[in-house]
Unconditional design. Structure first.
Length: 160
């Protein structure tokens, strides 16, 4: 009979080393996936902030462009968080027939048109007027975590 001196397979030391290598690889992959997930969440919040500000500004600009020229107040350059204007509803005997005054205002963090909510999540609304030019600045902020906030600002100019 012959005795085999060599057996095929891995030693326990080789198995331990390979297990440690695979564990290190999986830990690195988990850390990387967690980092990508945090960056994705931050990107989504930034996008949300920008979208809120843009929607609010679009509503205001659309309303003011439909307004009758010269009816928008504030009449002074000082910034305000609301604006009142009138819309041309038609013509009567060659003169403009104007609507009742409409008011766009920031109430808390809600942009409202005559008390009806248009957009929620607006932090700053500044409306000022110089001559025929109405300037609107809208800012929306979204918290990323306990230490940081994403702030998005949009500005538009409308002749009225």
């Amino acid at each position: 009979m012959r005795v085999r001196t060599s057996e095929r397979g891995f030693s326990s030391l080789e198995m331990m080393i390979s297990i440690l290598l695979f564990m290190s690889l999986f830990a690195a992959m988990g850390t990387s996936a967690s980092s990508v997930n945090l960056q994705l969440q931050e990107s989504n919040r930034t996008s949300q902030s920008g979208e809120t500000a843009r929607i609010a500004l679009d509503h205001i600009v659309r309303e003011l462009r439909g307004g009758a020229r010269g009816t928008a107040t504030p009449a002074t350059p000082a910034p305000s968080s609301s604006i009142t204007y009138r819309v041309v509803e038609g013509w009567t005997n060659g003169a403009q027939a104007l609507s009742a005054p409409k008011t766009l205002a920031l109430v808390g963090t809600t942009l409202q048109l005559d008390g009806v909510t248009l957009v929620d999540g607006v932090d700053v609304l500044e409306i000022s007027r110089v001559g025929n030019l109405v300037t609107i600045r809208v800012t929306a902020e979204v918290p990323l975590n306990e230490q940081s906030v994403v702030s998005t600002e949009w500005v538009a100019h409308v002749a009225n």
